[in-house]
Design a protein around this ligand. Structure first.
Ligand code: PRP
Length: 182
């Protein structure tokens, strides 16, 4: 990881800290769904891929997995953003317990819209697990049922999170050095 180290201003969460938090989240989710017959865990590509892979291995439950791709357009002339599903799930979601897995909740637009869509599709329950949250950037109210860490409004990379599609493979979460984008 030497090639990318020079672009990291500081490390926010080390690998061990991330894994310890995921262990706790896994225990909590396992407990909360212990009476559910099955759980549909949906990862939102691409940022959640690393977190998703680690989290599902901490769930002591029968789970099915799915992935979705969503693009959001935020037009300042309208009060709410629009989301477009560019890759949808293949499973039927009616009467299923759905848990979305995200890397970060920023304005909240993406997941509030996606969760609304899944309520309309008749899911039995729709919950959200996000590794990170930036409350300073929030524009819509959203409940994050399971949250890894709250972070300040800084440009974070690594552990799935990118800048211009790079740094997703860093094993830790860091703040991107300004020299990279200034
Ligand atoms: C990020 C993140 C969320 C969304 C959060 O995805 O993974 O999906 O933005 O932002 P919001 O709360 O303001 O809606 P991004 O569009 O960067 O795609 P990526 O996961 O493929 O990197």
């Amino acid at each position: 990881m030497e090639a990318m180290k020079q672009d990291v201003k500081k490390v926010l969460f080390r690998e061990e800290e991330i894994q310890a938090r995921i262990e706790e989240l896994g225990k909590q989710i396992t407990k909360d769904y212990e009476n559910a017959k099955s759980l549909l865990v949906i990862g939102i590509l691409k940022g959640s891929c690393v977190f998703f892979a680690d989290l599902i291995r901490k769930l002591d439950l029968p789970v099915e997995i799915e992935f979705m791709s969503v693009s959001s357009y935020q037009d300042s002339s309208v009060s709410s953003g629009e989301v477009k599903i560019t890759k949808d799930v293949s499973a039927s979601v009616a009467k299923r317990h759905v848990l979305f897995v995200e890397d970060i909740i920023d304005t909240g637009f993406t997941m509030s819209k996606v969760m609304e869509i899944f309520q309309e599709r008749g899911a039995a329950s729709v919950k959200l697990c996000s590794l990170l949250s930036k409350p300073d950037r929030r524009k819509v109210d959203i409940d994050i049922d399971y949250l890894g860490f709250t972070i300040p409004d800084e440009f974070v990379i690594g552990y799935g999170l990118d800048f211009a599609e790079k740094y997703r493979n860093l094993p830790y979460i860091g703040v991107l050095d300004e020299s990279v984008y200034m």
